[in-house]
Design a protein around this ligand. Structure first.
Ligand code: CDP
Length: 224
């Protein structure tokens, strides 16, 4: 059995902080399951956008939720009611709407419940998001919060979009991330915040490999 069995690593942080890249690599190196919880919020957002649901109409949102199945598969594929929506959840339309959807308690209740179950059944997991340390895995063995200056985060997101052939202006990417940070930090239900006991890593001037090393060192130093 792997010596990493039982490791539960929580990585939170804002958009462009490097969470996904770091979490994915840490999971690969430690041979743990990797879960990107943001992808789940993105998938339900896609459905609500497709169905033109009024987000202020809680009843309608709940009805849609009841008949929605979001599954994560191998290779980080994400399925919405059986349809592979891995690419479609990363469009500017979803970016613009996802934080408004993630504010809704009915949505959070369902997804957090599903994420808790995934954590309970995994032999070891690296989970990344906004409320993993505080809400989804308060019992995580290791908790991290990655941060970086807003301009650097926007630059990274720009480069990522360019690599997919999407050429948005720096200003629009910057503003989108800034607005998402604001909504995510100000919402009443499990906002993005630095939970107690979390190790904060400022990644502004750090290469990915260095951040991965710091996480791995911290994990190896404190094995529970
Ligand atoms: O990849 P990026 O950092 O742009 O965002 P993401 O991790 O895909 O998450 C998209 C959005 O989902 C966030 O801006 C939050 O509004 C929401 N989210 C959340 O509320 N709780 C989580 N655990 C993960 C994401």
């Amino acid at each position: 059995m792997s010596i990493n069995r039982g490791l539960k690593i929580a990585i939170d942080g804002p958009a462009g902080s490097g969470k996904s890249t770091v979490a994915r690599e840490v999971a690969r190196r430690l041979k743990l399951t990797y879960l990107d919880t943001g992808a789940m919020y993105r998938a339900i957002t896609l459905k609500l956008l497709r169905e033109n649901v009024d987000l202020t109409d809680t009843g309608q949102v709940e009805k849609v939720l009841e008949r929605t199945v979001i599954l994560t598969g191998p290779d980080e594929r994400i399925y919405l009611d059986g349809e592979d929506v891995t690419a479609e959840i990363r469009t500017p339309q979803v970016n613009a709407a996802v934080s408004r959807v993630a504010e809704l308690t009915a949505i959070r209740r369902k997804l957090v419940q599903q994420q808790k179950e995934i954590a309970a059944y995994a032999e070891g997991i690296v989970m990344e998001g906004r409320d993993i340390s505080s809400r989804v895995m308060p019992d995580a063995t290791h908790k991290f919060y990655l941060d970086a200056a807003l301009t650097e985060r926007a630059r990274r997101r720009m480069r990522e979009q360019h690599s997919k052939g999407l050429f948005l202006s720096f200003e629009s990417v910057y503003n989108e991330i800034k607005e998402r940070d604001r909504i995510d930090s100000e919402r009443a239900d499990s906002p993005l915040e630095i939970a107690p006991g979390v190790q904060v890593i400022d990644t502004t001037d750090l290469p990915v490999e260095e951040v991965v090393e710091r996480v791995l060192q911290a994990v190896n130093r404190h094995r529970t």
